[in-house]
Design a protein. Structure first.
Length: 217
């Protein structure tokens, strides 16, 4: 057996021994118990002296979660349970218990939908995208005027709030905080974007092929 294998085996046996020893010291529940101030547990009085010596010598309380862990495994416990981990999106070190909240609501690289076109954009780029996207115009059907997307709700309320038919034909569904683009229009924009990417990709491939042919000639 290699030195590494022997070391791992001895380490495993030691951990099993610590667990078995601790369980044996704790003993079976009894009507006569004493309180261990170190681990804050009730211990059978018959085993208390042995438990107290073993507990104080081998166990310590984690300052972060309060769990009693073997002193020899304190660092391993911290790494496994409490050590910050990197967010897979932005690579910022985050406390484990806050990772889900960070990725859903705080991460600068999380994808959020633009309130004007519904296109997914990284949160860090959303303001710049919305500034441009919200300045685009579309025609208001009832009054035949072009209105900026960011001003559409105010326009409808000011000019068409008294006519439910007008509102039905000119307004789209908006949340209280931000206007949302019509999904049909959003799908059209996405389709145009996909076509643009496809054409660009084909042009790059053709250009590369031509350059290679010229180089070979």
């Amino acid at each position: 057996m290699s030195d590494e294998g022997l070391t791992e085996r001895l380490w495993s046996q030691r951990r099993e021994s610590e667990t078995t020893s601790c369980n044996a010291v704790m003993g079976e529940p009894s009507s006569t118990t004493s309180f261990c101030a170190h681990c804050e547990r009730q211990v059978p009085s018959a085993n208390f002296d042995l438990h107290a010596v073993h507990c104080k010598r081998n166990l310590e309380r984690c300052n972060l979660c309060g769990e009693m862990v073997a002193k020899s495994r304190a660092e391993e416990h911290y790494d496994d349970v409490h050590a910050p981990i990197k967010c897979s999106l932005c690579e910022v070190a985050i406390e484990r218990e806050l990772l889900t909240l960070h990725q859903n609501e705080k991460c600068s690289q999380r994808m959020v939908a633009c309130s004007f076109c519904d296109f997914p954009v990284a949160a860090i780029d959303l303001d710049a995208h919305a500034d441009q996207c919200g300045n685009r115009t579309e025609m208001c059907v009832p009054c035949h005027k072009y209105v900026r997307l960011r001003e559409r709700i105010a326009h409808d309320l000011h000019y068409h709030s008294g006519n439910e038919d007008d509102i039905g034909t000119s307004s789209r569904t908006h949340p209280p905080a931000q206007p949302l683009r019509d999904h049909g229009h959003g799908m059209a924009s996405k389709s145009k974007l996909i076509v643009t990417f496809a054409v660009t990709g084909i042009a790059i491939i053709i250009g590369t092929f031509v350059l290679q042919r010229r180089s070979s000639n």
